[in-house]
Design a protein around this ligand. Structure first.
Ligand code: SF4
Ligand code: SF4
Ligand code: SF4
Length: 345
């Protein structure tokens, strides 16, 4: 069948074009990757009624429904209205009108997370709750951003390969009187983490606090409770990670030992920063490239504007990436070849 298809419009509604002419794949958002199981029967119904009967686990933890014919998209959009209402508006508190037109934008990608401390014994943070709070701040917006939340530095969700990777950590607390000098924490830290613990001549523990990553392996293994996770929920944030054909790279440590308020304050500035870099003109550009275009120091100034850092917080003075889109390369690339950022005269 010959279709007069507006691919750009349906793409904005989170339908991806198929290699089969006239077919599309719906990508349902699942912020934080945890929802009520009842939604699965709705997904099955869409797959069987309008799709080709198959289902794909999206690589960004979306629920993907392939094989939807173009002429069914309006019907499917009406059908998912309740899902969007329940998941994005009620569960995440996103401020948006939900109509019969489906998703209002594809911009900010699904916020991914591992199961975190809702299940995992290594989890330092409730990942899905934080992911939902981030969803509220970055969606709906046309600005492209990829965020993932990991419950601990194991980073099963590969937060390091996102524009922003948020990782749950704690400052571990040591009660010397409870320590029996068994050495289990020394071994655990060495095998699973950074090897910063050692047993001293008194049969107690010494720690190189500088390189502790706050993972909690020591607290997990300690048989007497001498180590315990601190009560203050903290995070590390990595920046500028990405996959892709052009300059894939792991993120670099941007902030360490920051509170949830700092993390959310930072995401609260994302849309403003993106608009500013693009001179308030609609242009589709991946979030990581916006950071590159601004350069780290300018990015940092904008993204932390009005954000009050907690006393333990550490923020990178500078970050160096090697790609040729990065402002740090201005010494090896004529300034005239750098793309502009911010309002132009
Ligand atoms: S990243 Fe940590 S908390 Fe999350 S699933 Fe992996 S081990 Fe568990
Ligand atoms: S595991 Fe606990 S008891 Fe054993 S050496 Fe470490 S702190 Fe002490
Ligand atoms: S929290 Fe620090 S000391 Fe404990 S296992 Fe992890 S890196 Fe080692």
């Amino acid at each position: 069948m010959n279709h007069d298809i507006d691919i750009k419009k349906v793409r904005i509604n989170c339908f991806r074009q198929s290699k089969v002419p006239g077919e599309f794949m719906l990508m349902l958002r699942v912020p934080g990757a945890l929802i009520q199981a009842k939604h699965l029967s709705m997904v099955q119904e869409i797959c069987e009624r309008w799709g080709n009967g198959t289902f794909h686990m999206g690589t960004r933890q979306n629920m993907d429904i392939p094989g939807i014919k173009y002429e069914y998209i309006d019907e499917v959009n009406k059908f998912i209205k309740n899902y969007i209402e329940e998941v994005d508006v009620e569960m995440c508190g996103v401020d948006m009108e939900v109509g019969d037109y489906g998703y209002p934008t594809i911009g900010a990608r699904n916020i991914m997370s591992c199961i975190g401390n809702a299940h995992c014994i290594k989890g330092n943070a409730n990942t899905y709750e934080l992911a939902r709070k981030i969803e509220k701040l970055v969606f709906p917006s046309h600005y492209h951003i990829k965020v993932a939340v990991a419950g601990c530095p194991n980073d099963c969700v590969k937060a390091n390969f996102n524009d922003f990777g948020v990782i749950g950590i704690h400052k571990q607390e040591y009660d010397i009187d409870r320590c029996i000098g068994c050495g289990s924490c020394v071994d655990a830290c060495k095998h699973h983490a950074t090897g910063v613990l050692s047993l001293n001549a008194n049969g107690k523990i010494d720690k190189d606090t500088c390189c502790c990553v706050g993972c909690g392996e020591c607290s997990l293994i300690c048989p007497t409770g001498a180590w315990s996770r601190g009560t203050k929920q903290l995070y590390r944030v990595t920046l500028g990670g990405r996959t892709g054909k052009q300059n894939p790279r792991a993120g670099k440590l941007f902030m360490n030992w920051v509170t949830e308020d700092v993390v959310l304050g930072m995401f609260g500035n994302w849309q403003k920063f993106s608009a500013w870099v693009l001179d308030y003109k609609p242009e589709y550009l991946h979030g990581g490239h916006l950071i590159d275009r601004a350069g780290y120091k300018v990015f940092m100034k904008h993204i932390l504007e009005g954000v009050e850092l907690n006393p333990e917080a550490k923020v990178a003075d500078d970050i160096y990436w090697a790609e040729n889109e990065q402002r740090g390369n201005m010494h090896v690339m004529p300034i005239s070849e750098h793309k502009p950022c911010g309002p132009q005269e």
